[in-house]
Design a protein around this ligand. Structure first.
Ligand SMILES: Cc1ncc(COP(=O)(O)O)c(C=O)c1O
Length: 429
């Protein structure tokens, strides 16, 4: 009969490693990074290496009784990001005015430095916000506009951001113009042309997505920014879905204003976002909440939001460590691979249509698919009620379908079950 010690030793290597708790301990976090570093091969080879991704999957505490293919909405955080946040929160509550304000809050500067380094910009150009909405509204509401001034965006931009400009229309008498974008869009010049043709002498501001949330379409940000810059028109880039999703940095975009959520593809705590403003543009952009005149040229003026938890913002550091441990190019290749797996199995271009480009330059881990003759809402509900699979329905005037966004913790077996469920539904039409 085995002794208790033998038993514990046996489960120590297997079962314990399978619990996310194995990664709560900082030593184990280091071990995970060491393990991931030990794999050789190109990003595309690693994307197919289930052994590598098994290590990554174990860092999450996700509910495996369901299949979550809506990671685009908001992502779960790895266990040690959650743990770091809880630890900071507990410490804050011992004496918030001292521990949170005097000890933890100044550490935000370290997170700012790391975000800046990751994005390839100066530390003094990064503000830490609560989400992409906040970062975007700082920009959308922070430019002075007069009645009759026009702003330009697409009819596929995020509804909250469109509503932000619509409120300025009602409140200040500005005018919102929207262009349409082809689905999918695989011709950069055509996108630039559509924006350029819609510019009038009154156009003062452009808002564009880096990734369109409805289809996963990646847009040619740098080309639009350069076209608009020549005309003196600022471009606000909505990167809610792009940052830490696929490999790029600021040099690939050359934009003056970039906004993102960190609780989507960076897997940082919920309620975290980032705003980049080029150094010489900070002065002329008003913050959402008023700041002192002495802060006019300080990126921190955008963080004057009153009392808030320090815990969320500090745990962005752990999320960055996890992200950098996987590596942007490996993450990008895996997300694309997971989508390719199901797309190859079910999309026939006839009964089952994809509204997302298959060219890796134009899409990565987000894809939208339509079963002809089936309502997206109905398909979405059936996938949940009959198979415990979460997707999200997309209903746009130009296209419809369900949006599928796997994550680095998604297993091949989960994708196989999704394929099986979709095949069942395809047979019905
Ligand atoms: C394109 C786009 N912009 C902005 C947002 C807003 O993000 P958040 O709700 O994290 O502020 C989203 C959210 O999904 C989005 O898809």
């Amino acid at each position: 009969m085995e002794t208790r010690k033998q038993f514990l030793k046996k489960i120590g290597s297997g079962a314990a490693a399978l619990t996310a708790g194995a990664f709560f301990n900082p030593m184990k976090t280091e071990k995970l990074k060491e393990k991931l570093d030990s794999y050789s091969g190109t990003a595309v080879e690693i994307a197919r290496n289930e052994d590598f991704w098994a290590q990554v999957q174990q860092a999450f505490t996700v509910d495996r009784s369901l299949i979550n293919l809506n990671n685009g909405g908001v992502s779960p955080s790895p266990a040690f990001v959650q743990e770091a946040m809880k630890k900071h929160l507990d410490f804050s509550n011992q004496a918030p005015v001292y521990n949170m304000w005097r000890i933890l809050e100044p550490r935000r500067e370290g997170v700012r430095q790391r975000l800046a380094r990751n994005f390839g910009v100066d530390t003094e150009e990064i503000a830490i916000t609560r989400n992409a909405s906040e970062s975007l509204q700082i920009c959308q509401l922070g430019f002075d506009l007069n009645p009759g001034d026009e702003v330009l965006t697409t009819d596929q931009d995020y509804p909250r951001m469109i509503n932000t400009f619509k409120q300025r229309e009602r409140r200040e008498g500005i005018k919102l113009n929207q262009i349409s974008i082809p689905v999918p869009a695989e011709d950069d010049a055509e996108i630039v042309r559509r924006f350029e043709e819609a510019i009038t002498p009154n156009t003062k501001l452009i808002l564009m997505c880096h990734i369109i949330n409805l289809t996963g379409q990646i847009l040619p940000v740098k080309k639009v920014v350069h076209m608009a810059r020549k005309k003196g028109i600022p471009v606000i880039v909505d990167g809610a879905h792009a940052y830490a999703h696929f490999e790029f940095d600021h040099a690939d975009l050359d934009c003056d204003y970039y906004t993102t959520s960190l609780h989507k593809w960076l897997f940082a705590p919920h309620g975290t976002g980032m705003l980049y403003v080029r150094k010489d543009k900070i002065k002329d952009l008003w913050p959402l909440m008023a700041a002192a005149e002495s802060q006019d040229e300080d990126i921190r003026k955008f963080e004057e939001i009153g009392t808030h938890p320090a815990a969320n913002f500090l745990a962005i550091g752990e999320a960055l460590t996890f992200h950098e441990g996987i590596g942007s190019s490996r993450k990008e290749a895996r997300l694309k691979y997971l989508n390719d797996l199901w797309i190859d199995e079910i999309v026939d271009g006839d009964k089952v249509v994809l509204h997302t480009s298959r060219n890796p330059k134009y899409a990565c881990g987000i894809a939208t698919v339509e079963i002809k003759g089936m309502e997206p809402n109905e398909l979405n509900s059936t996938l949940w009620s009959d198979y415990r699979i979460i997707t999200t329905p997309i209903n746009h005037e130009q296209f419809r379908g369900i949006r599928v966004t796997p994550n680095v913790y998604t297993t091949r077996e989960e994708i196989d079950r999704f394929v099986g469920a979709m095949k069942d539904q395809i047979k019905k039409v």
